[in-house]
Design a protein around this ligand. Structure first.
Ligand code: HEM
Length: 178
């Protein structure tokens, strides 16, 4: 997992629950290094998962709630690091269709170590878009939180529903435009 996810998770926990809470999370987790992360570096996925589980325990949040809240706040930060053509998009639907075809493609061109999820997008009817999340990280609720953050950013009125599957790697995310 890229350092940018670690550094923003550290900021999210420190800002929402206090610096002491983040220190407790670090103290309760077996880490390879000292818990200082660099955005451009890559760290083991299992280290992020261990920090995430420790944060849920220390901050008394369930894993779903924690991913949703983290994702909502992470969206504006990732957007600010997007290619210029992405920053020009002015509506949610176009943005959703560009995640798999432009955004994550550009991310991987710039950093071949990045492992982004697959988020295949389909227009189901005039008002509904379906995203098929697939990733070994199984962070579908983080994707939902990011989409909720995107919906607020574009000031669009939506309902967003997620359905887990029999596989922990796959989720279906329905975005309904009201
Ligand atoms: C609503 C929009 C977006 C959604 C739903 C989304 C979804 C996700 C999810 C769920 C992950 C966690 C890893 C995983 O599940 O396998 C991820 C990773 C990532 N995304 Fe996106 N993303 C969005 C927008 C963006 C934007 C705008 C950028 C621009 C820079 C970006 C760059 C990245 C990077 C760098 C990673 C880390 C990859 C790694 O750790 O190897 N994403 N994305």
């Amino acid at each position: 997992m890229k350092g940018i996810i670690f550094t923003n998770f550290a900021d999210f926990i420190s800002d929402s629950f206090g610096l002491v809470a983040w220190q407790n999370v670090l103290d309760d987790t077996a880490l390879d290094a000292d818990g200082c992360y660099v955005g451009t570096m890559t760290y083991p996925d299992n280290e992020f998962m261990a920090l995430f589980i420790s944060a849920c325990t220390n901050c008394q949040r369930d894993a779903v709630q924690m991913q949703l809240e983290f994702g909502r706040g992470l969206f504006p930060i990732l957007l600010s690091k997007s290619p210029e053509e992405v920053k020009l998009i002015d509506n949610l639907k176009e943005f959703l269709f560009s995640i798999d075809t432009v955004i994550h493609v550009e991310v991987k061109k710039l950093d071949p170590e990045a492992q982004t999820p697959s988020l295949h997008c389909t227009q189901l009817d005039e008002k509904t878009v379906c995203l098929d999340y697939l990733s070994s990280r199984g962070m579908g609720y983080l994707a939902q939180g990011l989409i909720e953050g995107a919906s607020s950013h574009f000031n669009e009125n939506t309902t967003i529903a997620i359905t887990p599957s029999e596989s922990p790697e796959k989720f279906k995310i329905m975005v309904h435009f009201i």
